[in-house]
Design a protein around this ligand. Sequence first.
Ligand code: UDP
Length: 330
Amino acid sequence: MAVLVTGGAGYIGSHTVAALLERGEQIIVADNLQQGHREAVLGGKLYVGDLRDGEFLDTVFQENSIDAVIHFAANSLVGESMKDPGKYYHNNVYGTLSLLEAMIRHQVGKIVFSSTAATYGEPENVPIDEHDRTLPTNAYGETKLAMEKMMKWFDVAHGLKYISLRYFNAAGAHASGRIGEDHSPETHLIPLVLQAALGQRPHISVFGDDYPTEDGTCIRDYIHVSDLADAHVLAVDRLREGGDSAVYNLGNGTGFSVKQVIDIARWVTDHEIPAVMEARRAGDPAVLVASSERARQELGWNPSRAKLEDIIGSAWAWHRNNPGGYNKNG
Ligand code: UDP
């Protein structure tokens, strides 16, 4: 049986495809290539199309024996979601509805979902655990929460089993050097810092130094993309073993401020990396740090690439070797 990976040409999706291929799984990727890269799909069969197109999904399910889906395909930028929430509701929420309906039509009852710490909003407790309140501070997080809730009700009505993985801040690149992070436009802190190190941008902007944290900048929990990929493989295993629906946080449990990330990147890259203080970015909570105890205990997840200098080091290797990303190596 094959695993369908929606958004498998994207950053976390492509690393999960790599992890599934490494253990001999049959992979089908569905991606509209709006953000994804054909070159990032290291194997399996790629279908180019949009999840909102039910006929496209019928073709994918009819032509393959699929028993589980890993669902990444979505827009995922906090800032953009505050300016254009409609885009997020249309692609993320309607896209997921179309996917779940196709799964019901084709009797596929297992889905692993790419969710986010943005579902919590400003946390009640640090570290955050899965029982904490979910009150998103941005439209992106709100749509991911709506997608999770949709799965819950499809479980109640149709017995669809889902594992939702709420990631904290994905970073780093695959050890092979073949795949890494390449967003256009890039908005994430670590790749932007590394672009500044490469001289591709004059400086890194620090969005707010008046947060209630020790150095005034936002604190995030950075997790290696290949550790995230491993969690998806474990989640597929659990559903195939008959596991029930569940939600898990995925993070390292340690927070780093924006200023600390820049300092570690200066050390890793041996470049100056000028930083300029700017206004806060809309929708950003001050501190997001995960408790991933539940994923460790129930999925047997054990993130093995936890040190931030190693995470940034793997990203640095990718950016240095692919300064123009996938398409433009120069
Ligand atoms: N950030 C920043 N400058 C940038 C990009 C991001 O100061 O150019 C901050 C951002 O405000 C947040 C943290 O870095 O506090 C991580 O942001 P990112 O977009 O990487 O991930 P998010 O936490 O939004 O998923």
